[in-house]
Structures are given as structure tokens and as C-alpha cells.
Design a protein around this ligand. Structure first.
Ligand SMILES: Cc1ncc(COP(=O)(O)O)c(C=O)c1O
Length: 422
């Protein structure tokens, strides 16, 4: 594990930043929030940043020449700069505000993909992908006669770089890959995959919805061509996300959607596109949300990225030990040294939906279902799984509570079964 330069603040101090953590979801039932892969809780600084926009300067950006609009524009563009620094973008114009990861990946598919891909071209994906990094490519493939290839994972949910290499060919134009699986937590070997893809002349689209939130991703150092991520997975508001794109690629792309603000001159017949990043931001953008995402990034930036990773690793070590002690619980995916803070399980005697409901009675919030990753569940022959996902404000005690609640659920189902058969 990487050495930590400065440890995380004391848990009580961290907890004070998150009003959502201090709750009884029903009288006497304290919340244990373990659904962070779906969305994270928001710290006060984010809540206040959004509130300040809404209450003090709720104006549109880039339009009015009046004090409120100037203030809104300044805050909105400052947030863009904060995000650009956070992911190591060379230029602030390479940061496009979107509605989220899904929107960002669709933008690449509909603009770069539609413009530059030809029949027979190949896109390499992996078995780990969220539907957001699958369906946009399937739609494009159907439209343009492209071929999708899939790098397979190992039985324990790891992605080996050779598995990606086997799918690459001279027709590969895009490798679209998650940085971290939202089901198994698997962290993918981006460095190697990017080098191999570039060797073949392919571009790399990284789904960073989980990766950016849990691991520092530096687009410059890694040589990423496109990176998509969402505000709400990293302490920010919903409804906002980012597409990072290398300037050269973005410059060559046409806008995917038309409207106001993305043009400089319009006639009845046509229009001239605005400069980056506005070419890709038609209409009124998610102003409050972008400002909130900037505040979220500032909040996260105060922590040593290695300390965040080390904390999740410690939580996963603990969680794996606890679950390995419970008969009938199978952990899906790799050991903690190959993943971030996500623990997905298949429990022999309890359906994931029943489990999630029973856990909720004890205040433990987890997710049940396919987590928008049906092919990955098919790979394991499962209809659904139960997922507990951590963030830096979670503690080992949260996982103790999870383990206890799982034991109660298993006992309840055992009792019901023996009553039925008895
Ligand atoms: C790995 C991954 N990719 C993409 C997405 C989609 O993100 P959003 O719904 O914010 O667009 C998610 C959300 O769960 C995710 O976990």
C-alpha cells in the first residue's frame, strides 16, 4: 500500500461535516450509510455553496451584464478551474460541464464516435462496464456497423492487461474502460491499457464515475483522452458531471446538441460554433450544481489522496474478514488489494432485495439489484447482488453493524424455512 503523507482527520471531525450522517431514519434507528457507490452524502461546504448561489446570486451565466450574473459567472468558471486542477487537465477549456458521467460518455459517442468511426471499426470494452459505458457504444455500433469487443475478467473479478491486449487490433479505434467497477470495486490497470491502446492508435475513454471519487486520477500523467465523472459520487450535487477531453480531440469534434450559448453567429441557414468549452454546453447549464461540484472538489482536495485510499483499504480488509466468517456469504470480486471500497455479495439463503429491506430496518443502507451492470452479473450467473459501498467517512463500526444485520437476516430466513418445513 502507498505510504500516507498526512492521515485523515479524526472521524468525529469528519462526521461533523456531513449532516446526512447524523440521522435516525426511524425513531431509535440510527443510519449506517453504505450506499456511496450510488451517491455520496454532501458536506456542509457543498450545501452552503449551492445555497449561496440560490439565495444570493441566482442569475444566469455569460449573459447579463449585471452584478449578479457576473458573480454567478465567476463562481461557475472558478468551479471549472478547480475541477481542471483536480484531474490534472492541462487547460481549463478541456473541462466540459455535463449532467453526469452518462451524459459525458454519450457526448463522446455522439460527437467523436459519429464523426470519426467507420463501418467495421472496433471498440474495446470490458466485462466490468456500467450500462453508461456500454449502451452508448451499442447504440453507435448499431447505427454505424461497428464491432464491440469485450476484455474478459478473471473469476475473481480482476482485469488483466493481457485480457485487453487480446481484444486489440488494427481496427480498434476506442478503448472505453471503467477506472473502478461499481459492482466489484475492481481497480483497472489504466496505465497499461492506455499505453497498449495508444500503441494501436486508439483513443481511451475512461469512465471515472467511481475512479475519480475514490482514487486520484491525473489525466495528464495517465495520458487519458476522455474522462467522464459525476459530481454526486464525490460529495457534490446530482445533475452535474464533467467530460474532460484532450483539446486536440475536442477541437476536432462537432457539437452533439444545439441551442443557445454554444454559437457565435447565427443566420437562418446555419451557425458558427463557440470556442471550447462552450461549444458543448448549449442552453442554461447546471449552474448551482457546477458551483457545488467545485465546492466538493475543494473539500476533497484537503485530504491526502493516499490517505483516502488507505482508509478504504482498511475498511475492505475488515469487511472481508467479517463476511468470511458468516456462512453462506460469498464476496464477489477481488481481494481488497485490487479494489476500492465496494463490497458486493451473494448470500446463499437470502435474496438481495429481501436482504436490503431487512438491513434497512436496522438502519443499514445498502443497494440490491444489478447496479446497472447486467452483463457483469450474467458473467457470475446471478440475477442480482447486494452491494455495500464505503466512502472516507465510513468506519469499521459501520461494517460491524452491516455484518450483524446480515447475520440477523440469515437467521430470520433460516427460522422461516424451518417453521415452513416443520
Ligand atoms: C462506474 C459507473 N459508471 C457510470 C455511472 C453513471 O453515473 P451517472 O448516473 O452519474 O451518470 C455510475 C453510477 O452508478 C457508475 O458507478
Amino acid at each position: 500500500m502507498a505510504t500516507v503523507d498526512s492521515p485523515l482527520p479524526r472521524h468525529d471531525d469528519l462526521k461533523a461535516d456531513f449532516p446526512g450522517l447524523h440521522q435516525e431514519i426511524r425513531p431509535g434507528v440510527r443510519l449506517t450509510y453504505l450506499d456511496n457507490a450510488a451517491t455520496t452524502l454532501k458536506p456542509w461546504s457543498v450545501i452552503r455553496a449551492v445555497q449561496a448561489y440560490d439565495s444570493e446570486y441566482p442569475a444566469n451565466v455569460h449573459r447579463g451584464i449585471h452584478a449578479l450574473s457576473e458573480r454567478a459567472t465567476e463562481a461557475y468558471e472558478a468551479a471549472r478551474e478547480t475541477v481542471a486542477r483536480f484531474v490534472g487537465a492541462a487547460e481549463v477549456e478541456e473541462i466540459i460541464w455535463t449532467r453526469g458521467t452518462t451524459d459525458a460518455i454519450n457526448l463522446v459517442a455522439q460527437s467523436w464516435g459519429r464523426t470519426f468511426l467507420r463501418e467495421g471499426d472496433e471498440i474495446v470494452l470490458t466485462d466490468l462496464e456500467h450500462h453508461s459505458n456500454l449502451i452508448p457504444w451499442q447504440m453507435l455500433a448499431k447505427e454505424k456497423g461497428l464491432i464491440l469487443r469485450f476484455a474478459e475478467i478473471t473469476d475473481d473479478g480482476r482485469l488483466e492487461d493481457e485480457a485487453v491486449e487480446r481484444q486489440l487490433s488494427d481496427r480498434t479505434r476506442i478503448v472505453a474502460i471503467t477506472a473502478m467497477s461499481n459492482v466489484l470495486g475492481t481497480v483497472t490497470p489504466l496505465d497499461e491499457v492506455i499505453a497498449m491502446a495508444h500503441d494501436r492508435g486508439a483513443i481511451v475513454v475512461v469512465d471515472g464515475a467511481q475512479g475519480v471519487a475514490h482514487h486520484a486520477i491525473d489525466v495528464g500523467k495517465l495520458g487519458i483522452d476522455f474522462l467522464a465523472f459525476s459530481g454526486h459520487k464525490m460529495c457534490g450535487p446530482t445533475g452535474v458531471g464533467v467530460l474532460y477531453g484532450r483539446r486536440e480531440l475536442l477541437e476536432a469534434m462537432p457539437p452533439a446538441w444545439g441551442g443557445g450559448s454554444m454559437v457565435t453567429r447565427v443566420t437562418r441557414e446555419g451557425a458558427e460554433w463557440n470556442d471550447l468549452p462552450y461549444k458543448f454546453e448549449p442552453g442554461t447549464p447546471p449552474i448551482a450544481q457546477a458551483i457545488g461540484m467545485g465546492a466538493a472538489v475543494e473539500y476533497l482536495s484537503q485530504f491526502d489522496a493516499k490517505a483516502l485510499i488507505a482508509h478504504e483499504r482498511q475498511l475492505m480488509d475488515h469487511a472481508h474478514r467479517l463476511m468470511e466468517d458468516i456462512p453462506g456469504v460469498r464476496i464477489l470480486g477481488p481481494s481488497p488489494d485490487h479494489k476500492g471500497g465496494i463490497l458486493s455479495m451473494d448470500i446463499e439463503s437470502v435474496h438481495p432485495h429481501d436482504l436490503a429491506q431487512l438491513l434497512d430496518r436496522e438502519g443499514v443502507a445498502i443497494r440490491a439489484g444489478q447496479h446497472c451492470a447486467m452483463p457483469l452479473h450474467q458473467r457470475y450467473g446471478l440475477m442480482a447482488s447486494a452491494r455495500a459501498s464505503a466512502y472516507f467517512y465510513n468506519t469499521t463500526e459501520d461494517f460491524d453493524r452491516l455484518a450483524e444485520a446480515i447475520r440477523h437476516a440469515i437467521e430470520l430466513f433460516r427460522d422461516r424455512r424451518s417453521r415452513r418445513s416443520g
